[in-house]
Design a protein around this ligand. Structure first.
Ligand code: PCA
Length: 194
């Protein structure tokens, strides 16, 4: 079994991105499962192309995408990605889309196919602030979550995928963030092995 886990480079005013930092602390193998890690550019659509090509070459069983979000000081397990890009803030390539669809003939939205309730219950039971979030925003994280789920759905691939937002630096102990991500990976492994 293999799991691909991604983080993002810094963007906007952020000097660091916790989703990039945290990947350094995730082992290359967990419960006998290979963990492949990749940091992505905060660039609309390019991030999707990188991940879909990693999926097609590496054939992972699960794809977990991580990002940073300043608006919540806990772990936000995303439920849904929508087919829209709309942002005041430009991505790291200077692109700020206005009301643009991500995939012309794609579904309006896709639900995460990760076991989000189990992940939430586990992280919550560890006393780490967390929630299930009903919007991943309309910026690059939603773009990636939507694009990956669309690729998996359109090609009928046997892969579960979804997105988890992490709090900004300093809002939560780094150890708790690492523990939350490791717990999510373990819940996903249990889910796949069922
Ligand atoms: N957070 C941004 C994009 C990259 C990241 O870490 C977002 O929430 O869309």
């Amino acid at each position: 079994m293999k799991i691909l886990i991604t983080g993002f480079e810094p963007f906007g005013e952020n000097e660091k991105n916790i989703s990039q930092e945290v990947l350094q602390y995730i082992d290359d193998s967990l419960n006998g499962v290979a963990i492949v890690k990749r940091v992505l550019p905060v660039v609309f659509n390019e991030c999707i192309e990188i991940v879909t090509s990693l999926i097609d070459k590496g054939k992972p069983d699960a794809v977990i995408c991580l990002g940073q979000r300043a608006s919540y000081d806990g772990i936000a397990i995303e439920r849904i990605a929508i087919n829209l890009m709309d942002s005041k803030n430009a991505d790291n390539n200077g692109f700020a889309p206005k009301d643009e669809v991500i995939a012309k003939n794609g579904e309006i939205a896709y639900f995460s196919t990760l076991p989000i309730k189990q992940i939430f219950d586990k992280i919550n039971s560890l006393g780490i602030v967390s929630k299930i979030s009903n919007t991943a925003g309309l910026y690059v994280c939603n773009n990636l979550m939507y694009g990956v789920l669309h690729h998996i759905s359109a090609n009928k691939l046997p892969i579960v995928s979804g997105f988890i937002h992490l709090p900004s630096f300093g809002k939560m102990e780094l150890n708790s963030v690492i523990e939350a991500v490791n717990s999510a990976i373990i819940e996903i492994i249990i889910h796949i092995r069922k």
